[in-house]
Design a protein around this ligand. Structure first.
Ligand code: UTP
Length: 299
C-alpha cells in the first residue's frame, strides 16, 4: 500500500519491435533488427529474459509487416526439441526451451506505420487493458544482477505509481535521449517533476536520461491519445508521460547502475557482442587474445 492505495501487480510487458531499423540496412531488409544476435541470442530475447526474471507473465510484442520471424523465434519447436533430446544434447535443449514463450502467453499486435515509440505503445492498449505494465525497449540491452526490471519491480512494490529507469550520462550526450528533472525536496524517493525528449545541452534539466525500461499505469493511454507528434515528427512516449506528470500522477526514477548497450546503433551492437563474448567461457580466451593482438592503439 502507498498513499492509501493498493499497488496493482505488474503481469504484462510490452516490447515495441515495429521500427524500420534503418541504421542496420541492408541487414534489416529481411531480418528484424530485434533478431540480430548478441553472442548467441537475439537482442530481443535478452529483454524477454529480463522481464521473465522480474515476474512478467504475459509478453506483448508490437510488430509490423516483415517481422513475422519474431513470433517464430518465441514459438515452441517440438520437432527440434525431439531431435536434440534423441541425440542427448541436453544443454542445447535447455537453450531452445529458454527461447520459448509458453503457449498463450505471447501476444502480437500490429502497428500500421512506424509513427514513433508512443504510437507503438498506444497500439498495445487492448492487449494491456486497465492494469499497470512494464515497457522494455529491446534495443537497449541492460545487464545487471539482478536485472534492471527486477530492481524496478521491487521498487514499484514499495512506492507504486510509474517508475522510469534512469542513468547518468555526460552532459554533452543528453541531446540524444529523454531527460528527467527531479524534485529537490523529494530526492529520497526520486520523484520526477518533468521530462523532455532530446533537449539541447543548455535546456536539459539534468544529466539523468531515460534508459529504456518503464513501469507505467494504464492512464498513459489517455495521455498518448492527446499527444501530437514531437521530436523527429514521431509520437513520443516522453511527451505523454510529461502530460501525466502535469496531471499530478506519481512518477519516480529508478537509478540504474548496471551496464547498458544501445544495440540500435552499430557501435553499441559491436560493443555488446564483445562484452558478452568476453563473458562467455566458450569464446572469452580467444576473443581476449584477438583483442590484445589486433586492437592495440599504435599511435
Ligand atoms: P528506434 O527509433 O531506435 O528504432 O526505436 P528504429 O526506428 O527501428 O531504428 P532506426 O533509427 O531506423 O535504425 C526503439 C524501439 O522502438 C521500436 C523499434 O522497433 C525499437 O525496438 N519502434 C520504434 C516501434 O515499435 N515503432 C515505431 O514507430 C518506432
Amino acid at each position: 500500500m502507498t498513499n492509501g492505495k493498493s499497488i496493482r501487480k505488474v503481469r504484462k510487458a510490452v516490447f515495441p519491435v515495429a521500427g524500420l531499423g534503418t541504421r542496420f540496412l541492408p541487414a534489416t531488409k529481411a531480418i528484424p533488427k530485434e533478431l540480430l544476435p548478441i553472442l548467441d541470442r537475439p537482442v530481443l530475447q535478452w529483454a524477454v529474459e529480463e522481464a521473465r526474471e522480474a515476474g512478467i507473465e504475459e509478453f506483448i510484442f508490437v510488430t509490423a509487416r516483415g517481422k513475422e520471424a519474431i513470433a517464430d523465434h518465441f514459438d515452441a519447436f517440438p520437432a527440434l526439441e525431439e531431435t536434440l533430446a534423441a541425440k542427448g544434447k541436453d544443454a542445447l535443449l535447455q537453450v531452445v526451451r529458454q527461447a520459448t514463450i509458453e503457449a498463450g502467453k505471447a501476444i502480437y499486435v500490429r502497428q500500421d506505420a512506424p509513427r514513433g515509440l508512443g504510437h507503438a505503445v498506444a497500439c498495445a492498449r487492448e492487449a494491456v487493458g486497465n492494469e499497470p505494465f512494464a515497457l522494455l525497449l529491446p534495443d537497449m540491452l541492460m545487464f545487471d544482477e539482478p536485472g534492471c526490471m527486477a530492481g524496478m519491480m521491487a521498487h514499484y512494490e514499495e512506492v507504486g505509481g510509474n517508475i522510469i529507469a534512469v542513468e547518468e550520462v555526460p552532459r554533452e550526450e543528453v541531446h540524444r535521449y529523454g531527460v528527467v528533472a527531479l524534485d529537490p525536496d523529494a530526492r529520497d524517493v526520486m520523484r520526477i517533476t518533468g521530462m523532455v525528449e532530446k533537449p539541447s545541452v543548455d535546456e536539459a534539466p539534468s544529466t539523468l536520461i531515460i534508459s529504456g525500461r518503464y513501469i507505467l499505469q494504464p492512464e498513459i493511454f489517455a495521455h498518448l491519445d492527446e499527444t501530437a507528434p514531437g521530436a523527429g515528427g514521431e509520437i513520443q512516449i516522453t511527451d505523454a508521460m510529461q502530460r501525466g506528470i502535469e496531471a499530478g500522477e506519481p512518477y519516480f526514477a529508478w537509478h540504474y547502475t548496471g551496464q547498458t548497450w544501445d544495440c540500435g546503433s552499430k557501435l553499441g551492437f559491436l560493443l555488446a557482442n564483445v562484452a558478452f563474448g568476453l563473458r562467455d567461457k566458450e569464446t572469452a580466451d580467444a576473443l581476449r587474445a584477438y583483442v590484445n593482438t589486433h586492437c592495440r592503439d599504435e599511435s
